[in-house]
Design a protein around this ligand. Sequence first.
Ligand SMILES: [Zn+2]
Length: 306
Amino acid sequence: MSMHPNGGLTRRGLAALLGLGLVEVITPGAASADGRRIPREGGPPLLVHTRRDWQALPARRPATVFRTPPNRIVVHHTATPNSEDYSLAHAYRLSRRIQRFHMRARGWDDTGQQLTISRGGHIMEGRNRSLAAIRNGRHVLGAQALNHNGHTIGIENEGDYSDSPVPGTLWDSLVETCAWLCAEYDLDPFRAIVGHRDLVATDCPGDVLYGRLTELREDVADRLDAQEEQEEQEEQPSEDVPPSGEAPSPGEVPPSDGGAPSGQVTAPGEVPPIEPVSPPLHDPVHVSPDPGVPASPAPNAPRLDG
Ligand SMILES: [Zn+2]
């Protein structure tokens, strides 16, 4: 085997290994893809890391997709240790850990929640088909709020917020994520955002995070207002632009959905076929079992007490 003086393989040495099928070339960037940049009206794209990024196991079967959007966004905590590792690698490990727990210990088809946010603020796709569904105003049936899965989308926030503060990095991403969901689904944050304990007998998402839900709704509403304002400014007719000659010519304006072709989440043709509604019978999503959760396997009743 020919080795490079610095210890690496020479091109010939690599070619020999490739010929023997002993190694495969990993294109730089491909294996460490940095997620999808979700275009948003009136704001910068939102970076969401896909299942491929965190190397999800294949789901046992494709998730059920409902035509109707969810009407509630459920805030959870994972009840896992409050890690100080804010890296993307740690976030990916978290997603893999939750998925393994849900599939192996709980016996579910896939990870239960639609979205996961690490303490470092990294936003990740959870259940399969979630990103495509959100972009198309549809709802992927998850397993995160017993008896309410048919009308709720769940966000798992890493950590235990029974009495610990929520890191700013996580908070900021939670606000952005909720604003994105409210915009895509046309939801009022003051009605839509709820804590897991509002639906099910559980301590989730911890007293501290639960105690901040009013603030979360307000922050999300502010974010949506700012986006709407920005959107209106972008829609101003060109006559309003001062004729200074500094306005970009139409050819210089980037496409509104921005970025590389790979930045597009899904084409309409990629929407999976709608499957018949089946009653979701899942428990909550947490890595730690949630005591006191009713085990009633009643079919999903998509209603809230309003
Ligand atoms: Zn929960």
